[in-house]
Design a protein around this ligand. Structure first.
Ligand code: SIN
Length: 281
């Protein structure tokens, strides 16, 4: 196999070639860790990971979070199923978000392995929250200085009729356990975080789970969030990943957003996701 190569992409992320994720040397693992921290999302091609390999790779980076809401792999509860079948209309993760920002300690990241892909469509978009922060206009930087944003899982995963997944066919078997929302309180996180691995600053809000700003009235908080979201999702902060058999993406939930495109109606797409616990700041 040719030597490991890390090629940064435009917008966000890097593609890493010349490495077998089942058999990493210490030096390769260190290089992957550094690229992950620096780039926010890293992509691998032509891997052949069994479920055990997937779990072992994720465990190199931290403890696995067993997802509360996603249907689990029947044999490996650590693996959350991100699936859409031929008769389903809605996908999972079909809007800009970052996983688990509603947790007291936001997740470190997620490792997604392609298992069954549609013939066309089903790409995933990613956005860099490092770039979003770096390019934030001064007036917005001043507006968010020292502020904390409120994150919640309730309106997405809750059992009430108007929650996102109650209204989606993904809520019929693929996403469930809505009662777990009751064990979660809404949390406040700084709007600007210093990334624990890279030391870089990142904008830490997202359109799915961030519902307001601490100390601001609802309308004012939402208006400020809308400006931040519009800035963060600018095309130049993003990339679009085309999945192939053997593709793996490992994204940082603290410094990126992602969005699974739902443009493959009538086809099946099955991905295995493992989310890794974060660290307290
Ligand atoms: C997710 O939001 O975790 C799923 C991403 C994807 O299916 O591409």
């Amino acid at each position: 196999m040719p030597a490991m190569d890390i090629r940064p992409l435009e917008g966000v992320g890097a593609e890493i070639t010349g490495v077998d994720l089942k058999a990493l040397s210490r030096a390769e693992e260190t290089a992957i860790r550094d690229a992950f921290a620096e780039q926010g999302v890293i992509f691998f091609r032509d891997q052949s990971l069994s479920e055990e390999d997937h779990i072992a790779f994720a465990q190199r980076f931290g403890q696995i979070n067993v997802n509360r809401f996603f249907a689990a792999h029947p044999d490996y509860p650590q693996i959350a199923m991100v699936a859409k079948d031929v008769g389903d209309t809605d996908n999972i993760g079909g809007g800009w978000h970052t996983d688990h920002s509603y947790d007291e300690i936001p997740a470190l990241g997620s490792v997604l392995v392609a298992r069954e892909l549609p013939k066309t469509g089903g790409d995933t978009r990613f956005a860099s929250m490092y770039r979003a922060y770096e390019t934030l206009p001064d007036e917005l930087k001043r507006a968010v200085e020292g502020k904390r944003a409120i994150h919640s899982a309730r309106h997405i995963f809750g059992g009430q009729d108007d929650s996102y997944y109650s209204q989606s066919d993904a809520g019929r078997g693929r996403i469930g356990n809505a009662d777990a929302v009751e064990t979660l309180s809404d949390v406040a996180h700084p709007l600007i975080i210093t990334h624990p691995l890279s030391g870089k600053k990142a904008l830490f809000v997202n359109p799915a789970f961030t519902i307001g700003i601490d100390g601001m009235d609802e309308a004012g908080g939402k208006a400020l969030l809308q400006k931040l979201f519009a800035h963060a999702m600018r095309e130049e902060h993003t990339c679009r990943f085309k999945w192939e058999p053997g593709s793996v993406a490992f994204w940082d939930n603290r410094s990126t957003w992602h969005w699974a495109l739902n443009d493959y109606q009538g086809q099946r797409r099955v991905m295995h996701r493992i989310t890794i616990e974060g660290v307290s700041r």
